[in-house]
Design a protein around this ligand. Structure first.
Ligand SMILES: *Cc1c(COP(=O)(O)O)cnc(C)c1O
Length: 370
């Protein structure tokens, strides 16, 4: 029996295309494939990066970093989401050659403790807080951090990292410039003890707007998956010609008329004011297809858009098929994201949901089966 559930298709050719577009900016890249590659599948993403000869990758947790290694990626793998590392975390990092991100005094002390008496060298990334107010050492702590690491022979800071908070907002360019200044001041301190340490500041927006040093290892995330963080600003499009990577479709369960005056769905929020043909599609909020989309939300059937009507249910959503040139049959597929024809983009869904494409692909990507 076929499962009446939604299907996620990942277009890896478009993923590769997006990377080649980003490479044209001239920076070394550390593609961000955290959170299961924003829902697209971290294992395959790791393999794709390896085939492209990419030498740095950024994961979320250390476990995810290990998965990237196990899937054949041979470069440096930075884990962006490190708690205070425990003995076993350090052991895993050493075994797999992972680069934990150390962002606090507690983290530094724990790593030193765990490295006591070991012969191997542990590569770490050092996080500086330049204005995100999230993780990292302030500039004022960097002398101490550098001194501490210089005294720890088997811990090597291979890259200094910070994160831009408003690089996607041209009105905030002065703040971004301030973050860059703090970052490179911190790097200057670190470079006195560690001249080979690399720097990594730019996210997609930072890479697109070229705000960082030319030597910066930029960490694009969202652009890999086809979306422009500068969408809706005067700088929209400067990432280049990105192509969407994720497609999500679901089977149509039922097609039937809705007569004038009849209503459908929970709350009877849709009432037919004329003869309608409606279809129920097997996707709902349990699949991450949000319950409260804005009016105007669409799906795509055989390349043509159809409006979502009524209330989105747990595993079903209704569409109005009346205007389709040829009505579909139960078993045909409706594309909620991507697909042939006048495809819906994650940016549009984000607008309908009051969010950003990042959340859309993370949510819908959880339906992957392979
Ligand atoms: C998620 C993330 C990125 C990628 O950001 P995009 O806006 O998707 O390019 C880069 N660096 C850090 C630390 C992140 O957490």
């Amino acid at each position: 029996m076929k499962e009446p559930s939604c299907r996620v298709h990942i277009n890896w050719e478009n993923f590769r295309h997006n990377i080649s577009v980003l490479m044209q900016k001239g920076h070394t890249l550390m593609p961000v494939i955290k959170a299961d590659a924003y829902g697209h599948g971290v294992a395959r993403a790791a393999l794709e990066l390896e085939k492209l000869g990419i030498t740095w990758a950024a994961a979320g947790t250390l476990k995810e970093a290990a998965l990237i290694r196990e899937n054949g990626f041979s470069g440096h793998i930075v884990s962006l989401l490190c708690p205070v590392p425990e003995e076993e975390d350090v052991a895993l990092a050493l075994e797999k050659g992972l680069v934990p991100l150390i962002h606090s005094k507690e983290g530094l002390l724990a790593v030193k403790e765990a490295m006591q008496g070991r012969r191997q060298i542990l590569d770490i990334a050092v996080k500086v807080d330049t204005g995100m107010g999230r993780l990292g050492f302030p500039l004022s702590a960097m002398e101490k951090v550098a001194g501490f690491l210089a005294g720890a022979e088997n811990i090597r800071p291979v890259v200094q990292i910070s994160h831009l908070s408003v690089a996607d907002d041209p009105d905030e360019d002065a703040y971004t410039a301030g973050q860059c200044e703090l970052f490179y001041s911190a790097a200057a301190i670190m470079h006195r003890s560690f001249p080979d340490m690399r720097c990594s500041l730019g996210n997609t927006a930072g890479l697109a707007t070229l705000v960082t040093d030319s030597e910066d290892i930029c960490r694009p995330g969202i652009a890999l998956y086809g979306y422009d963080p500068l969408h809706g600003t005067e700088k929209e499009g400067i990432c280049g010609n990105l192509l969407p990577v994720m497609e999500v479709s679901a089977p149509i369960l039922s097609v039937h008329p809705l007569h004038k005056g009849e209503s459908l769905g929970y709350g009877r929020t849709y009432k037919a004011d004329s003869e309608r043909l409606v279809g129920w599609v097997a996707i709902g909020y349990a699949d991450g297809y949000r319950r409260n989309p804005a009016p105007g939300t669409c799906m795509c059937i055989n390349g043509t858009r159809v409006p979502v009507i009524g209330r989105v249910a747990m595993q079903m959503t209704c569409v109005d098929l009346t205007e389709l040139p040829a009505p579909p049959s139960p078993g045909d597929r409706a594309y909620v994201l991507g697909g042939p024809g006048n495809a819906v983009s994650a940016q549009e869904i984000a607008d309908w949901w009051g969010t950003i494409p990042y959340e859309v692909t993370c949510l819908l990507g959880k339906n992957k089966t392979e």
